[in-house]
Ligand binder design. Structure first.
Ligand SMILES: *Cc1c(COP(=O)(O)O)cnc(C)c1O
Length: 286
């Protein structure tokens, strides 16, 4: 893969650059590509099975499924028991992951916690377990590669700040550690800034150049908000589609709380938009 390209957009009269990690692959793109980078570079015969667990709409799940298909590895994915409504509303990411060969196993809710814990002790050498949120040590290397690309390409853009939204905060944290001479902006999309800080601190000490921007109002993860759709639509009009779970909050805080020249690192996730747009339409927001 060549360096992902940079696009320039104008949003609310401001100029931004976008690092197009969304263009890397239809399913294995954005920060999930960066986080799986080391595994992708691992020789195919190192493993025969990858196991992971989490939600059925997860972007990470789809990215891992795409990786396993490329690498010829079996992918086993554990979730809690799905409700009848969940089964009827299984979205694009889930269907796509199954078509890429993912084997899905539901675990009864009462046993789930212990079951996931037991996965860690019963691994054979040909099996690799990816914890929810992506493989942490592997993520570090992938984000160092991203940092190198940003430095190289910045000869054209000449800016001092980048931005990327946070779930677990793994991406923003390792990017900030790999880019000490830049300001790295992020915003918490799952929980608040305190929770995000705790998550990050469990991985590494938070460096000075990482700035967490707190949205002005409280948003629940994966819930439709009218202002999020407006941002999505305005961005779409610039020619780039962004995801509806993470990107809107990041763009909103950047527009409200910063004024310098910024490069937004596209974190992918666009494959999940179909099902989100259906929910936006149901709410009457579209
Ligand atoms: C997973 C994901 C994130 C969050 O990444 P973390 O490393 O968990 O903070 C952000 N944006 C998109 C589109 C994602 O899929």
């Amino acid at each position: 893969m060549q360096n992902s390209p940079i696009s320039k957009i104008i949003l609310e009269g401001r100029e931004f650059f976008v690092k197009r990690d969304d263009l890397i692959d239809p399913f294995l793109a954005g920060n999930k590509y960066r986080k799986l980078y080391t595994l992708l570079k691992t020789p195919n015969n190192t493993y025969n099975t990858i196991i992971s667990y989490g939600g059925t709409q997860s972007n990470a799940m789809l990215a891992i499924a795409a990786m396993c298909e490329k690498k010829n590895w079996q992918f086993i994915y554990y979730t809690k028991k799905l409700s009848a409504t969940q089964k009827n509303t299984l979205d694009g990411n889930y269907a796509q992951a199954l078509s890429l060969g993912m084997k899905h196993i539901e675990i009864e809710n009462e046993y789930y916690r212990n079951f996931i814990a037991s996965l860690h002790v019963e691994l054979d050498t040909k099996t690799f377990l990816i914890d929810q949120g992506g493989a942490v040590e592997a993520a570090k290397q992938g984000l160092e590669v991203l940092a190198k690309e940003i430095r190289q390409q910045n000869k054209i853009t000449d800016l001092k700040a980048v931005a990327t939204p946070s779930g677990t905060g793994t991406t923003a944290l390792f990017l900030a550690l790999a880019l000490p001479e830049y300001t790295v902006y992020t915003t918490p999309c799952v929980g608040n800034a305190t929770y995000l800080r705790e998550q990050m601190q469990a991985l590494a000490e938070i460096p000075q150049n990482l700035i967490i921007l707190q949205p002005k109002r409280k948003y629940h993860f994966a819930k439709p908000y009218k202002e999020f759709y407006t941002i999505y639509k305005n961005l779409y009009a610039t020619g780039i589609e962004f995801d509806l779970l993470y990107a809107p909050a990041m763009w909103q805080t950047l527009l409200e709380q910063t004024n310098e020249k910024i490069m937004y690192i596209h974190s992918g996730g666009v494959s999940g938009n179909g099902s989100m747009l259906t929910r936006y339409a149901k709410k009457g927001f579209i």
